[in-house]
Design a binder for this molecule. Structure first.
Ligand SMILES: NC(=O)c1ccc[n+]([C@@H]2O[C@H](COP(=O)([O-])OP(=O)(O)OC[C@H]3O[C@@H](n4cnc5c(N)ncnc54)[C@H](O)[C@@H]3O)[C@@H](O)[C@H]2O)c1
Length: 300
């Protein structure tokens, strides 16, 4: 028996993001630039905040020939975050949607053989950008939403959403990069869940979520995995995920667009979405190390 048709209105499958002001930190990076292109394609006004010099952003906006603005600054510096948001608001009005994506990625950090060898200064540096910088970004976005909500002359806010960039590392840990893993856990759990309780008190429809990608199939990842002694990185990524392949950057960008769209994800709040090809765990012992262990080598 056919189900009765309950509505004559056609189902609108557009994202409904047109005209939304989106600020993307780290928008010049390998994932960030794909995210920026995706928002531009969805008809958003996009502000990039990145520590890189403006030439990097000029290339991104030239390609798209759409409306965008670039502001140079470090998310770890309170005054620079304040200045970047202030300029972005002057250019395009309140930042409706903030993508807190900037960070020191695993691939730009120096691995340590063991947690015994971690340099406390390096630990602090990673936390300063990946936790403190993410916090400053989220805080300034929320303050902007509060100000816009209290402004009787401000236009109605739409797609009020914050997306924090986490990582599979925050769920599984990384033996040789504990600061990175600990920093991602902090933002994709503690910070996210605290914000999720607070954000709707500031603006009733405001939402906050995180995405936690697995290894993303960027050119850098491909190049790194080709280097002598590093092939295991690609192999690990294939062997430990259900789909047996790394994540295309477009899949991360599309998930972020979904989370930004009130029409699509208006009831998704406080979630950390794994975009990781179905990660099942991480390899703890490499083949050579296992052989060494069986032989009863040093430290065994
Ligand atoms: N590449 C991956 O496989 C992967 C997987 C999971 C999560 N992530 C996360 O995704 C995000 C982007 O990763 P990516 O691979 O594109 O790395 P990337 O290094 O290409 O991009 C990072 C961007 O952040 C910017 N940035 C760094 N420090 C900054 C600061 N203090 N202030 C402002 N901007 C700053 C960089 O200039 C760069 O443009 C990071 O948070 C990373 O941890 C990446």
């Amino acid at each position: 028996m056919a189900l009765p048709i309950t509505s004559k209105t056609p189902f609108d499958i557009g994202l409904g993001l047109e005209g939304t002001h989106v600020l993307v930190t780290g928008g010049c990076g390998l994932i960030g630039r794909v995210v920026v292109h995706a928002f531009l394609a969805a008809g958003c006004l996009v502000t990039i905040v990145d520590i890189l010099d403006p030439s990097a952003a000029a290339v991104i906006f030239e390609l798209d020939d759409r409306i965008g603005c670039y502001l140079q600054g470090s998310i770890a510096n309170h005054a620079e975050v304040e200045c970047a948001f202030g300029k972005a608001e002057k250019a395009f009005g309140p930042v409706h949607c903030c993508i807190a994506l900037a960070g020191l990625d695993l691939s730009v950090l120096k691995p340590s053989e063991s947690i015994c060898d971690v340099d406390p200064e390096e630990w602090r540096r990673v936390f300063d950008v990946n936790i403190n910088g993410t916090f400053l970004t989220c805080q300034r976005w929320l303050r902007g939403i509060r100000a816009a909500n209290n402004d009787p002359y401000a236009a109605v806010l739409r797609n009020v959403s914050l997306v924090i960039m986490g990582s599979e590392a925050g769920a599984f840990g990384v033996r040789t990069m504990a600061a990175y893993a600990a920093g991602k856990s902090a933002v994709q759990y503690g910070l996210l869940l605290s914000l999720a309780k607070d954000v709707p008190r500031i603006y009733s429809n405001a939402r906050v979520n995180a995405v936690a990608p697995g290894a993303v199939d960027t050119d850098r990842f491909k190049d790194e995995s080709k280097q002598y002694g590093a092939q295991w990185r690609y192999e690990e990524c294939e062997a430990t995920v259900g789909l047996a392949k790394p994540v295309p950057p477009e899949h991360v960008a599309r998930t972020i667009l979904f989370l930004a769209s009130e029409r699509f994800s208006g009831s998704v709040h406080g979630q950390c979405i794994a975009v990781d090809s179905g990660k099942m765990g991480s390899v703890v012992w490499g083949k050579d190390e296992l052989a060494e262990r069986r032989r009863g080598g040093p430290g065994m």
